[in-house]
Design a binder for this molecule. Structure first.
Ligand code: NOJ
Ligand code: CA
Length: 684
């Protein structure tokens, strides 16, 4: 099967190629954000194209090279001169069908600079820059000039020469989990970094916070960043095809945007919408079938070894069990039920047998049409699971027939999975081959009115603006590690790092809501603190619904564990779609508190989490409208609570609040607090 190649519009490149020469001088050309604070310059030094970035007169990126290396062709970016430039401004505001904010203002100044080789074959390329108040983006637009035609890119040579030895919050790109971004974060000076993933959050010595990432990744390789083990330069490192080529294509072509989000304080990094502004508008006209929702599912039991994905006496995905989960969802206002392990292919070592997965054939004890009809009758969306184990060709062969079947059963959401490092042919998990695949799945799903939640994805580059059926993804260590993670699960600081790193790229399906925090149910005895278990209190599990944004949020525990639990009321109540988001306070790796307003309702939710340190946050509720009275339902760590010794101790209370209230929010070690704020006199 030929790999799928989404088409991109190259009208811009063609326009630039014919622009008459307007700038002969090789002095740099500069563009500033509308507020004048962020500035990017493009120039040529010793024949080499470069860019540099400043914020409020402080250097962020020193002159850094631009260009490409190819197999069988000269590098591009050396021996060039500037041959033209264009400027534009845009100020527009648009709505998102769902999101952590309802509306986005897209306001930027744009500069496009055309470069041409001063020597044969006189190829041309442009660099387009958009300067926003929250950061900058630039991309290459390469013309089909000088006999360019087909190419095999050996490397993109873009560098980020940081102005100081910033503190980077990073995960490895190549070890220990090259397929999944499922690594614990570390903080180190840029000068010691190996190859790391993006978004890469940098606390600069100047006080500026910068986040390097990419936007609109289409038909290109995913970007990592390679440190040089000395100095403060990071180089773009692209994930390869099996033969080492990074990108195959044909000129004209455009790269994804290279983005640098810029802020003065870490609290100003979220909500992060820079990437959305650099993606094309939605291609889906009617989005009414895309439903933000909470969901339960046949899932945690497999991770705890209480159930199996494959057939046998502990098979989780039976018709009867699925109906039980659907009943629970319907009774508790959850709009979805996920069922994993329903389809043929799981028996034996499913990570090795990647080509035998069927995405239409159910195991005999699971009646897919009956379960789908039952879910529909209860007003619950069945979320169908598709684990590929990286058997990409096997999955692509079945995409249309599987999605057509789901569509015929009224299914509007799937969860996909890609457990394994590489494709069978040896292509990298985040290389161009997989970028094409992930896009193909989302585009095909859109044809069948199906939303996609991807596990083991490639990082989010804002594609949800164009394809709002791309609802969520994993792409970090989620809750699953707390079932079996060798080192005892995620450390208590994990989510307060995720908020300022991974979450800046987009929604994450973290799967919060474990109530049996000691994991007593499988054996009847609590697991010790050294064993894998959530290093979290119960109140923190609730707070994660507000802190870690996703339009689909799982109530991840076994439904039995929610019985007779007053704290479950918060999961019933919490919103999953928002008008606005405000970070109240935070420090990377220590704590964060977030307030979000429910979409279309006068109702607010606050989530606060801490690391292993207990602490008290002083939070002002000045985000509430003045002069109105509200009630806060507070789910707090009990005075005796701590993740280690007493994780399930929670105190639930209500109190009147208004915009002048200050809350003293006490968080236990590994703790959190979740608050629902609703108008006084409204229902509880
Ligand atoms: C890993 C995913 O993250 C998890 O949610 C899923 O249950 C397993 N793979 C099986 O597909
Ligand atoms: Ca995973």
């Amino acid at each position: 099967m030929r790999p799928h190649r989404p088409s991109i519009s190259l009208g811009i490149i063609c326009t630039l190629a014919v622009v008459s020469v307007v700038a002969r001088a090789q002095t740099p050309l500069t563009v500033s954000s509308p507020d004048g604070r962020n500035q990017l310059s493009l120039g040529v030094r010793d024949g080499i194209a470069y860019y540099a970035v400043d914020r409020s007169g402080k250097h962020v990126v020193l002159p850094s090279r631009l260009g490409f290396d190819f197999r069988g062709a000269r590098s591009l970016g050396d021996s060039v001169r500037i041959v033209g430039s264009l400027r534009a401004t845009r100020d527009t505001t648009w709505s998102l069908p769902w999101g952590e904010v309802a509306r986005v203002r897209e306001h930027y100044n744009e500069l496009r600079v055309a470069f041409a080789e001063a020597v044969p074959p006189h190829r041309q390329f442009s660099v387009a820059v958009r300067a926003f108040d929250d950061g900058i983006g630039f991309r290459y637009e390469v013309a089909d000039s000088g006999g360019f035609g087909d190419f095999e890119m050996a490397d993109e040579r873009t560098e980020f020469h940081l102005a100081d030895d910033a503190r980077a919050w990073w995960i490895h790109a190549n070890v220990p989990r090259p397929d999944r971004y499922e690594d614990l974060y570390s903080a180190s000076p840029v000068s010691v970094l190996d190859t790391v993933r993006t978004p890469l959050t940098l606390e600069m010595q100047s006080g500026i916070v910068a986040v390097i990432h990419e936007a609109n990744l289409v038909d290109y390789a995913g970007m990592d960043l390679a440190g040089q083990k000395e100095g403060t330069t990071l180089r773009v490192a692209l994930a390869p095809w099996a033969d080492g080529v990074k990108v195959r294509g044909r000129a004209p072509f455009m790269t994804p945007w290279r983005t640098i989000q810029l802020a003065d304080r870490v609290e100003d990094l979220a909500p992060s919408v820079l990437g959305l502004k650099l993606n094309p508008p939605s291609r889906i006209q009617n989005t009414s079938w895309i439903t933000p929702m909470k969901y339960d599912g046949i899932w945690w039991g497999m991770h705890l070894n209480l159930n199996t994905w494959g057939q046998g006496p502990k098979h989780g995905a039976t018709t009867a069990n699925a109906k039980r989960y659907i009943d629970f969802a319907a009774a508790n206002g959850l709009k979805g039920t996920l069922v994993e392990g329903w389809n043929v292919g799981w028996d034996g070592d499913w990570t090795a047998n990647r080509n035998i997965f069927s995405f239409t054939k159910a195991y005999p004890d699971y009646d897919l049409p009956a379960v789908a009809a039952y879910a529909k009758s209860k007003g619950v969306s069945l979320i169908v699971h598709n684990e590929t184990a990286m058997g990409i060709e096997n999955y692509e062969r079945q995409l249309d027939s599987a999605f057509a079947l789901y569509h015929s059963l009224g299914v509007h959401a799937i969860k996909t999975g890609y457990v394994n490092d590489k494709t069978e042919q040896g292509h990298a998990h985040t290389g161009q081959y997989m970028v094409r695949h992930y896009r193909r799945v989302v585009e095909t799903a859109a044809k069948y009115d199906i939303a996609v939640d991807v596990h083991e994805p490639i990082h989010d580059t804002g594609e949800r603006r164009t394809w709002p059926n791309m609802v969520s993804r994993e792409g970090a260590r989620g809750q699953e590690y707390n079932a079996w993670g060798g080192e005892g699960g995620n450390p208590p600081e994990h989510e307060s790092i995720l908020f300022f790193t991974r979450m800046l790229s987009g929604p994450m399906d973290f799967t919060p809501g474990i109530f049996d925090l000691l994991i007593k149910r499988p054996t009847g005895t609590p697991r010790p603190p050294e064993a894998a278990r959530p290093r979290s209190t119960l109140a923190k599990q609730l707070a994660l619904y507000v802190v870690l944004y996703s339009p689909v949020q799982m109530a991840a525990d076994l439904i039995e564990n929610y019985a007779n639990q007053p704290a479950f009321q918060f999961i019933r109540d919490v919103a999953v779609d928002w008008d606005t988001t405000r970070v109240l306070t935070g420090r990377i790796g220590d704590y964060v508190a977030v307030a979000r307003k429910a979409k279309g309702r006068d109702e607010w939710f606050v989530g606060a989490i801490t690391d292993e340190q207990s602490r008290t946050l002083d939070l002002s509720l000045s985000f509430l409208p003045n002069g109105r009275q509200y009630v806060a339902d507070v789910y707090a760590d009990a005075p005796t609570a701590s993740w280690r010794d007493n994780p399930e101790a929670i105190t639930i209370s209500s109190r009147p609040v208004n915009s002048t209230t200050r809350l003293q929010v006490r968080l236990a070690s590994g703790g959190g607090q979740a608050i629902r704020i609703h108008p006084a006199g409204s229902s509880q």
